[in-house]
Design a protein around this ligand. Structure first.
Ligand code: NDP
Length: 428
């Protein structure tokens, strides 16, 4: 990628941005023509094949975040999001983080968990032993239920059994949950796993004498973890009246608050998901699966806590880390169908699923850094309201050049709201 073509990207016109991406080698000539003709929409036929009772599309803006250096490679990050300032914040954070060498990721080989949960199992401990002893036969049956994933080098790898019993005397009966740990290669794997779970359930019923109640993947992707880390020199953090060391320490303290206070942690993690969700949506992945998984992971200690950690190195640098469970894929679902998802994978350089997971964790870490840095220095509104002013100007009816004019005047107005925007527009 020729990053020189991308400098001052945000200052370029729409056409110049698209040409710059082409000249930098990020997109093909064909992608450039598609973007120039604003032709990324789903056609009616594809839409009706994706969902039921299809009426039309619900477009979200698709943009790109800049300045990301992930594992030594420059990346342009596609983001589909309606909220102003997320892309600007990610790009700004990535630029500061690049002064310390960018992001380094660690994504161990991933597996996805499927569950067969049984009721009416007589002797739980005995049933557990019987299932464990039949492990290989169960794995073989699971693989026979979905042979194509085995041909691709994946398949069921391991089996564990959990007895689900409340300890607080709720009066609920106990359930037996058989977990399969499955390598789904490049796929998120929901359909693969659901097929496997339905395939093995009768055999497990036979083994345990129980009745299968549920046969589905678990979205709690504790075996699909991705970690991204960064080291930011303190001098790169200096802003306004704050020294770099002060900003560093305030970011660390703010993260401590989000670690002990769920009220703050939820907002802290929402900021992380601003970036993660935007890339998950852009790449055609299932954002409900990712959201469910991530928030469960944030509660793994028994209390909902910050997903990021920020600390100080011996050299006085700010050191950040984010680990996320990511039930994602690079094939299947909407990925191979949606034209904008395909373009997003092209923009990212067609990463494999582990690389994509590392990219998502890096974007989340950048987004968190940007939000917390702003909060502990200028406050969040300064950056936010600039872009919000443009949205208000458009809502008030401003068109073309009027939008910036109204937004600029609105920023100086005593109250930034729709009434003020309308009145400024009338005066113009
Ligand atoms: P798909 O079934 O759409 O795609 C997976 C298939 O892609 C594989 O079975 C395989 O089929 C093919 N494939 C091609 N190349 C590869 C490769 N390199 N690695 C792996 N597979 C490959 O998707 P998933 O099974 O991933 O399921 C995801 C979808 O399921 C999403 O749309 C999600 O929204 C939905 N879903 C989610 C649920 C949840 O999260 N709880 C529940 C139910 C559905 P083959 O080998 O036969 O060519």
């Amino acid at each position: 990628m020729d990053t020189t073509k991308l400098s001052k990207f945000y200052k370029k016109s729409h056409e110049e941005k698209i040409s710059a991406l082409f000249e930098a080698g990020v997109i093909s000539d064909e992608d450039k023509q598609t973007l120039l003709s604003n032709n990324l929409d789903l056609n009616l036929e594809t839409g009706s094949n994706m969902i039921e009772n299809h009426l039309g599309n619900y477009p979200l803006p698709l943009g790109v975040a800049m300045n990301f250096v992930i594992d030594g490679t420059n990346k342009v990050i596609p983001m589909a999001i309606e909220e102003p300032s997320v892309i600007a914040a990610a790009s700004f954070a990535a630029k500061i983080i690049s002064t310390g060498g960018g992001f380094s990721t660690n994504v161990p080989d991933r597996q996805v968990i499927g569950q067969v949960t049984l009721k009416h199992v007589g002797n739980m401990a005995e049933a557990r032993e019987i299932v464990l002893n039949a492990k290989q036969a169960i794995l073989d049956r699971a693989n026979e239920a979905h042979p194509s994933i085995v041909k691709r080098g994946g398949g069921a790898r391991d089996l564990t059994v959990r007895i689900l019993e409340e300890t607080d005397q709720t009066g609920f009966p106990a359930f037996l949950s058989v977990h399969l740990h499955i390598d789904t290669k490049e796929a998120m794997g929901a359909n693969i796993i659901n097929t496997m779970m339905e395939g093995i359930a009768p055999y497990i019923e036979e083994l345990t004498g129980g009745t299968a109640l549920l046969r589905i993947l678990s979205n709690y992707a504790t075996e699909s973890l991705a970690t991204s880390q960064c080291v930011i020199p303190a001098h790169a953090l200096k802003t306004g009246k704050y020294t770099g060391e002060e900003v560093r320490d305030r970011i660390i303290e703010a993260t401590q608050v989000a670690t002990i206070d769920p009220y703050r942690a939820v907002t802290h993690n929402k900021g992380i998901m601003n970036g993660v969700d935007a890339v998950v949506v852009a790449t055609g992945n299932d954002w409900r699966a990712v959201e469910a998984s991530v928030h469960a992971y944030a509660s793994r200690s028994g209390q909902y806590r910050s997903l990021t950690t920020w600390g100080k190195s011996e050299q006085g640098d700010l050191v950040g880390s984010l680990t996320l469970p990511l039930p994602i894929g690079t094939v299947g679902g909407a990925i191979s169908i949606h034209p904008a998802a395909q373009l997003s994978h092209t923009i990212l350089g067609h990463p494999n699923v582990n690389e994509l997971a590392g990219i998502l964790a890096s974007v989340g870490l950048a987004q968190n850094f940007a939000a917390v840095r702003a909060l502990v220095t200028d406050g969040i509104q300064k950056g936010h309201m600039g872009l919000h002013a443009r949205s208000l100007a458009i809502s008030a009816g401003a068109k073309g050049e009027q939008v910036q004019k109204v937004a600029d005047l609105l920023k100086q107005a005593p109250h930034m709201n729709l009434d003020a925007a309308r009145s400024i527009l009338r005066n113009l």
